[in-house]
Design a protein around this ligand. Structure first.
Ligand code: SF4
Length: 66
């Protein structure tokens, strides 16, 4: 699973790193530290990542591949 976090859309709600702390983390201002990046999620964290994707109220996290 590959995901992208849109830096423009991330508003720092913190739901992603609260619900999926193995995949997402906060920066110093409470935004998603992975904002502006694309990365591959290890197989064992895919379920957690999907939870994070579905949790973002801004739609800032997208699955972009496998
Ligand atoms: S849940 Fe969405 S808006 Fe909130 S910190 Fe994560 S990516 Fe940003």
């Amino acid at each position: 699973m590959k995901i992208a976090v849109d830096q423009e859309l991330c508003s720092g709600h913190g739901r992603c790193y609260s619900l999926a702390p193995g995949v997402f983390s906060p920066d110093d201002d409470g935004f998603c530290a992975e904002a502006g990046t694309e990365f591959v999620v290890p197989e064992e964290l895919v379920k957690q990542a999907q939870l994070g994707v579905g949790s973002c109220p801004e739609g800032a996290i997208r699955e972009i591949g496998t």
